[in-house]
Design a protein around this ligand. Structure first.
Ligand code: PLP
Length: 511
C-alpha cells in the first residue's frame, strides 16, 4: 500500500467506523458465535500474494463483527466500560504513525514530556494531592501503564524493594545481606480485602510474597474499616509476618465500595511503623474504574481524596470511564525514586548523554516492560476535545442514569431488592426476597436461582448485557450505566426488559 492507497483505504475505514458507531445500537451486544467459529472462516495459511484493501476490509463485517462483543453498545451494562471516543481513536492513529519503543527520553522527547504533562493535568483534574504531581514537593509523578494489574504489580515491586532497603542494613557484606533479605522476604505479606481486585493477589503470586485478604462486611458497605485492618495487622504480628503492602480500593469491582481511607491511616499508625518511618506499610489505592469520577469536585469531597497524601501510590484507568481507548492506566507515586530505585537496571546499549546527565525522565525505569507506545497523545486529544467540563458532564450523566435505574428498582419492591449502590453508576440488585418470603418459606438457594434466571433471560435478549457477582453466597446482578453511548431512553428500555422478565420469573415460580 502506498500513500495514495493509504489515503483511500483510511477514508473508507474511517467511514465504516463512523457508520459502526452511528448504528451500534442495532447490533446484539454480545457475540453469539460458537468457539472456533473463526478458524472455519479463514484459510489455513496467509495468502501468497497480497490482497487489495477492499477485499480485506469487507472481511471486517463478514468475519470479524460476528465475533465482536460491543463494549460501546448502549446496552452494555456488564463489568465496567472499556472506553473510546473519536478524539481518542485519532490519538491512536497518530500514535501508530509515530511508532517507536519510546523507553528513554531521547527515543522521542515529545513522548516522555507529553506524558509527564498529561499526568500532571490528570492529577490536577482529579484533585489528587500535590505529592502525586511531577512538580510536587515530594518528587512524585505519574506514568502510563498498560493496565491496573500492571500498576499494582509495579507498586508491589517498589514497595518490596523499599521495605527491604529500610529494614535490612545496606552496609552488610553482600552475601550476608542477601541471606537476611531472603529470610525477611519469606515473612513479608501483602494485604488486600476480599473485594480487592484479583490483580493484587496475582501481583503477590508473581512476586512470591505472602498474601492475605481481609474480609469486608455488608454492614460496613463492603469497605475495609479501621477495625478490620487492625485485626488483620494484629493477626500478622501474632504469626510473625511482616505486612509491607496494602491494596485499598476506591470503587471495588463487585459493588463499587470505597475503603475507609481515614480508618486505614489510623489503623496503620497504631499497629505498624508510622508513615514515613522505616518499615511503613505501602498503601496503593486502586481506583481503576471509579477514579474517573474524581473529575467532579463533589466526588473528590465525598471520597475525601485529600487523605491520599498519606498513601504511596494511586492508579486509575482512563480507558475505563474516561473516554480514552485501552490502554491508559494512569499510575501515580508520591516519590518517583521508589520506582527508579527498584526498577533501574542498566545495560550499555541504552546509555545516552541525556540519560547519563540525569536531566531527563526515562520511563523504562518506572515500569516492567522496556518499550512503550505514545499513549499520552490520545489523553491529550480527549482532554482538549472534551475539556474538564465535558468530562464532568459525561461522568455526572452516567451517575444520574445509575440513580434513575435504582429509583425504578425501588419503585417495584415486589420485584427487586438493591444489594449495593447505586455507586459510581453501578447498581447491584436481585429479585426481591420480601415477596418470596410473604409467600412462604423461600430458601436462599431459591432466591439465588430465580435471580440467576432473570439474569440469564435478560442477557439472552441480546439487547442488554449484564454481569453478576456473588456476595457471601448471594447471587446478584450488576448493572453499570457508564458507556458513552448509553442515554436515558436506553436505561428506560433496560428497566422495561428487566421488569417484564422479573414478572415472568415470579409468575413461573407461582405456577
Ligand atoms: N481494579 C479494579 C477495581 C477493577 O475493577 C479492575 C477491572 O475491572 C482491575 C483492577 C483490573 O483492571 P486491568 O484490566 O486494567 O488490569
Amino acid at each position: 500500500m502506498d500513500s495514495q492507497g493509504f489515503r483511500e483505504a483510511a477514508a473508507a475505514s474511517i467511514d465504516e467506523i463512523a457508520n459502526y458507531f452511528d448504528n451500534i445500537g442495532s447490533r446484539n451486544v454480545v457475540s453469539t458465535v460458537e468457539p472456533g467459529y473463526l478458524r472455519k472462516l479463514l484459510p489455513s495459511e496467509a495468502p501468497r500474494e497480497g490482497e487489495p484493501w477492499e477485499v480485506i476490509q469487507a472481511d471486517i463485517e463478514a468475519k470479524i463483527m460476528p465475533g465482536i462483543t460491543h463494549w460501546t453498545h448502549p446496552g452494555f451494562h456488564a463489568f465496567f466500560p472499556c472506553a473510546n471516543s473519536y478524539p481518542s481513536i485519532l490519538g491512536e492513529l497518530y500514535s501508530s504513525a509515530l511508532s517507536g519503543a519510546c523507553f528513554n527520553w531521547i527515543c522521542s522527547p515529545a513522548v516522555t514530556e507529553l506524558e509527564t504533562v498529561m499526568l500532571d493535568w490528570l492529577a490536577r483534574a482529579l484533585g489528587l494531592p500535590e505529592c502525586f504531581l511531577s512538580t510536587g514537593p515530594t518528587r512524585g509523578g505519574g506514568v502510563i501503564q498498560g493496565s491496573a494489574s500492571e500498576a499494582v504489580l509495579t507498586a508491589m515491586v517498589a514497595a518490596r524493594d523499599k521495605y527491604l532497603r529500610e529494614t535490612v542494613d545496606e552496609g552488610l557484606a553482600e552475601e550476608e545481606r542477601e541471606e537476611r533479605v531472603m529470610v525477611k522476604r519469606s515473612r513479608m505479606v501483602a494485604l488486600a480485602t476480599t473485594l480487592t481486585h484479583s490483580s493484587a493477589k496475582k501481583a503477590a503470586l508473581i512476586l512470591g510474597v505472602r498474601f492475605r485478604s481481609i474480609p469486608v462486611r455488608e454492614e460496613d458497605g463492603y469497605a475495609l474499616t479501621k477495625e478490620g485492618l487492625a485485626a488483620a495487622l494484629a493477626e500478622c504480628r501474632a504469626q510473625g509476618l511482616e505486612p509491607f503492602f496494602l491494596a485499598a480500593t476506591l470503587g471495588t469491582t463487585d459493588v463499587c465500595s470505597v475503603d475507609d481511607f481515614a480508618g486505614i491511616s489510623e489503623a496503620l499508625a497504631e499497629h505498624v511503623p508510622a508513615a514515613g518511618q522505616p518499615g511503613e506499610v505501602w498503601v496503593h489505592i486502586d481506583a481503576a474504574y471509579a477514579g474517573a469520577a474524581l473529575v467532579c469536585p463533589e466526588v473528590q469531597a465525598s471520597t475525601r481524596i485529600a487523605l491520599l497524601e498519606r498513601f504511596h501510590s494511586f492508579d486509575m484507568n482512563m480507558h475505563k470511564w474516561m473516554l480514552v481507548n485501552f490502554d491508559a492506566s494512569c499510575f501515580f507515586v508520591r516519590d518517583r525514586d521508589w520506582l527508579t530505585k527498584a526498577l533501574s537496571v542498566n545495560q550499555a546499549v541504552y546509555g545516552n548523554k541525556a540519560s547519563d546527565g540525569g536531566l531527563v525522565t526515562d520511563y523504562r525505569e518506572w515500569q516492567i516492560p522496556l518499550g512503550r507506545r505514545f499513549r499520552s497523545l490520545k489523553i491529550w486529544f480527549v482532554m482538549r476535545s472534551y475539556g474538564i467540563k465535558g468530562l464532568q458532564d459525561y461522568i455526572r450523566g452516567s451517575m444520574q442514569m445509575g440513580e434513575e435505574f435504582a429509583d425504578a428498582l425501588r419503585a417495584r419492591p415486589d420485584l427487586f431488592e438493591i444489594v449495593a449502590g447505586p455507586s459510581f453508576a453501578l447498581t447491584v440488585f436481585r429479585l426481591a426476597a420480601a415477596r418470596l418470603e410473604g409467600e412462604g418459606a423461600v430458601s436462599a438457594e431459591e432466591q439465588n436461582a430465580m435471580t440467576r434466571a432473570l439474569y440469564e433471560r435478560a442477557n439472552a435478549t441480546g439487547k442488554i448485557w449484564l454481569t453478576s457477582t456473588n456476595l457471601s453466597g448471594k447471587f446478584a446482578i450488576r448493572l453499570m450505566t457508564g458507556v458513552r453511548t448509553t442515554e436515558r431512553h436506553h436505561i428506560q428500555a433496560a428497566i422495561k426488559v428487566l421488569t417484564e422478565l422479573a414478572e415472568h420469573v415470579m409468575k413461573d415460580r407461582d405456577l
